[in-house]
Design a protein around this ligand. Structure first.
Ligand code: NAD
Length: 288
C-alpha cells in the first residue's frame, strides 16, 4: 500500500459525500469508478462534480486543464464488477445504515485482495464492526470527510481495532496527497469532530431553552468571542435537527449524560422543525 502510487479507486455511493470524494481523488490524478445502486444518483453525482469544477474555474481556483483532466478520470458505474475492476483503494460513502455497510464490506472482502485499502466514510458507526465484515480486516480504516468535500480541509482517519499501521499510514498519506489535513483518531463514538461539536451544540440548546440569551446572541458569542466561523445553533440548523438528535442519542447511549438530548431538540424534531431544510429550526429560514 503506497498512497502516492494509487492510480485507480472506487467510490461507493454517489450522494452528498461520494461525488465530492470522487472529485478530490480525480483532481490528484486518480482514476475513479463512481458507483451507486441507483443509476440516477451516479448521473447526478457526475453532474455535481462538473458544476463544482466549473465554479472552481470561474473563481480562478482550478485551471481549465485540471477541470478537463479530472472530469476525464471519472467513470460512473452501476455494477460492483465494474466498480472494483483494477482498484487499489475503495472508499465507501453509502447511507449511514449498519446493515448496508456490513454487506458492502463483506462483498469487498470477497472481491479484493489484502493489498487493497478499504475505507468507510461513516460519521458515527464503529469502524471495528464494519471491518470485521471484510476478509483481511487489517486493511480497513475510517476516512471521515467533511461536507462539502472539495472545500473542507479536515479528514479524520480512524484506526479500527484491527487496522494495520500500514493501512493507517496509507490513509493519512492519501489524505495529504488530496490536499486534506488528516488527524488520527482511535475508533470511539463520535470520533473527535462529532463528539466535541455535539457537546457545544447541545449546551447551546440548553442555554437557549433556559433563556440565557437569544439564538443570535449565543451564536454571536462563539463567533466573535471564540472565532467560530458559524455559531452552534446556526450550524445545527444547517446540519438538520433530526441528524443532530440521532447523533446525540447514539453518543448518549455510548458515553453518558453529557450527550443527553435537550427537551427543546426533541420537541422541535417532533414538530417538524428540522432546520434549514424544513424552513424552521432555531432560526426562521424562510426569511433568511
Ligand atoms: P447520501 O444519502 O447523500 O448518499 C448515499 C448514496 O448511497 C445514495 O445515492 C444511495 O443511492 C447510495 N447507496 C445506497 N446503498 C448503496 C450501496 N449498497 N452501495 C453503494 N451506494 C449505495 O448520503 P451521504 O450524506 O453522502 O452520506 C454517506 C456517508 O457519509 C454516510 O455514512 C454518512 O454518515 C457519511 N457522512 C455524511 C456527511 C454529510 O454531511 N452528509 C458528512 C460526513 C460523513
Amino acid at each position: 500500500m503506497n498512497a502516492q502510487e494509487i492510480q485507480r479507486a472506487a467510490v461507493l455511493g454517489a450522494g452528498t459525500m461520494g461525488h465530492g470524494i470522487a472529485q478530490v481523488l480525480a483532481m490528484q490524478g486518480v482514476r475513479v469508478h463512481l458507483f451507486d445502486v441507483n443509476a440516477e444518483a451516479v448521473q447526478a453525482g457526475l453532474a455535481k462534480v462538473a458544476v463544482n469544477l466549473q465554479k472552481g474555474v470561474d473563481r480562478g481556483k482550478v485551471t481549465e486543464e485540471t477541470r478537463d483532466e479530472a472530469f476525464g478520470l471519472l467513470r460512473g458505474v452501476t455494477t460492483m464488477d465494474d466498480a472494483c475492476e483494477g482498484v487499489e483503494l475503495v472508499i465507501e460513502a453509502a447511507p449511514e445504515i449498519m446493515e448496508i455497510k456490513l454487506s458492502v464490506f463483506e462483498d469487498l472482502g470477497a472481491r479484493l485482495g489484502p493489498e487493497v485499502l478499504l475505507a468507510t466514510n461513516t460519521s458515527s458507526l464503529p469502524i471495528s464492526d464494519i471491518a470485521s465484515a471484510a476478509a483481511h480486516p487489517e486493511r480497513v480504516v475510517g476516512m471521515h470527510f467533511f461536507n462539502p468535500v472539495h472545500i473542507m480541509k479536515l479528514l479524520e482517519v480512524v484506526r479500527a481495532d484491527q487496522s494495520s499501521d500500514e493501512a493507517v499510514e496509507c490513509a493519512m498519506e492519501l489524505g495529504r496527497r488530496i490536499g486534506k489535513e488528516p488527524i488520527l483518531v482511535t475508533d470511539s463514538p463520535g470520533f473527535a469532530s462529532s463528539r466535541l461539536g455535539i457537546v457545544i451544540g447541545l449546551e447551546a440548546m440548553r442555554m437557549f431553552e433556559s433563556g440565557v440569551a437569544s439564538a443570535e446572541d449565543i451564536d454571536k458569542a462563539m463567533k466573535l468571542g471564540y472565532g467560530f466561523p458559524m455559531g452552534p445553533l446556526e450550524l445545527t440548523d444547517l446540519v438538520g435537527l433530526d441528524v443532530r438528535l440521532s447523533i446525540a442519542e447514539y453518543l448518549h447511549s455510548e458515553l453518558g449524560e453529557t450527550f443527553a438530548p435537550p427537551r427543546i431538540l426533541r420537541d422541535k424534531v417532533d414538530a417538524g422543525e428540522l432546520g434549514k431544510k424544513s424552513g424552521q429550526g432555531f432560526y426562521d429560514w424562510t426569511e433568511r
